[in-house]
Design a protein around this ligand. Structure first.
Ligand SMILES: O=C(O)[C@@H](CO)OP(=O)(O)O
Length: 274
């Protein structure tokens, strides 16, 4: 596949210049279902060639910026896992431990999984679909237990308590199931001095930055995260964000790369339902 050439300069501060904890977040590169504009959620859509190129470009930016990592966290979905693998290979860091957790999965899209986003707008109206996509605490309709999209039918979740497996999730429910792994594993790892990379999904990362940047439930509705772009946070010892002047509000961490291009890519995520 063709790497997307990084015509970019590094904008976040060099990690060596700051006495702080560096945390890097990256949403997976474009998937086949992103390209087809299909609600994905916990469906295991693969990266497409563009997505692989985005992941490679993200890895190059991190390498050029002098970043390094001690441990990486990702979901149990291949678009995030492969994004992580591509980045770690590019950075020559394939030896670091990778923790895969279902708690980092994309938000479960319930009965919308597998449906085309624009066709769903045509059927239910733009406002309703925007509520399902971006409201904080209103989940989409549930999928039923006979559905291929019900995680209870997927062997990869055999070890998860059925009561914890969603049939749909709002951003709030996504946050509720993600936060335990943040509080119990990731935050302690960062505090102990480990440099952490998280390769995850649009809505799990929205839940995380909502927490890191104290973003309100109203403001988070407006926030979209582009695919494959490293988002760098510097955190103090209590894991409060040290604001970066290049942060695109309400984020106080900064995306690595060409800021104009990144803003255009954020707009494209928003425009998936018109
Ligand atoms: O389909 C999905 O699972 C997500 C991420 O691709 O979409 P949206 O941005 O609409 O929440």
């Amino acid at each position: 596949f063709a790497p997307i050439v990084a015509r970019t300069r590094q904008v976040a501060p060099s990690p060596t210049e700051l006495d702080a904890h560096t945390l890097v977040l990256v949403r997976h590169g474009e998937s086949t279902w992103n390209d087809l504009n299909i609600f994905t959620g916990w469906a295991d859509a693969d990266l497409n060639d563009k997505g692989k190129g985005e992941a490679l470009a993200g890895g190059k930016l991190l390498k050029e910026g002098g970043y390094t990592f001690d441990v990486a966290y990702t979901s149990v979905l291949k678009r995030a896992i492969k994004t992580l693998w591509i980045i770690l290979e590019e950075m020559d860091l394939m030896y670091i431990p990778i923790v895969n957790t279902w708690r980092l999965n994309e938000r479960h899209y319930g009965g919308l999984q597998g449906l085309n986003k624009q066709e769903t707008v045509d059927k239910h109206g733009k406002d309703q679909v925007l509520v399902w996509r971006r409201s904080y605490d209103i989940p989409p309709p549930e999928c039923d237990e006979s559905s291929e999209h019900y995680p209870g039918n997927d062997p990869r979740y055999a070890n998860v308590d059925k009561a914890d497996l969603p049939k749909t999730e709002s951003l709030k429910l996504t946050e509720d199931r993600f936060m335990p792994v943040w509080e119990n594993e990731i935050a302690p790892a960062i505090k102990s001095g480990k440099k952490v990379l998280i390769a995850a999904h649009g809505n799990t990362l929205r839940a995380l930055v909502k927490h890191l940047d104290n973003i309100s439930s109203e403001t988070i509705a407006e926030l979209n995260i582009p695919t494959g772009v490293p988002l760098v946070y510097e955190l103090d010892d209590d894991l409060n964000v040290i604001p970066n002047e290049n942060g695109i509000a309400p984020l106080r961490g900064a995306y690595l790369g060409d800021q104009e291009d990144i803003r255009a890519r954020i707009g494209a995520v928003m425009a998936q339902t018109k």
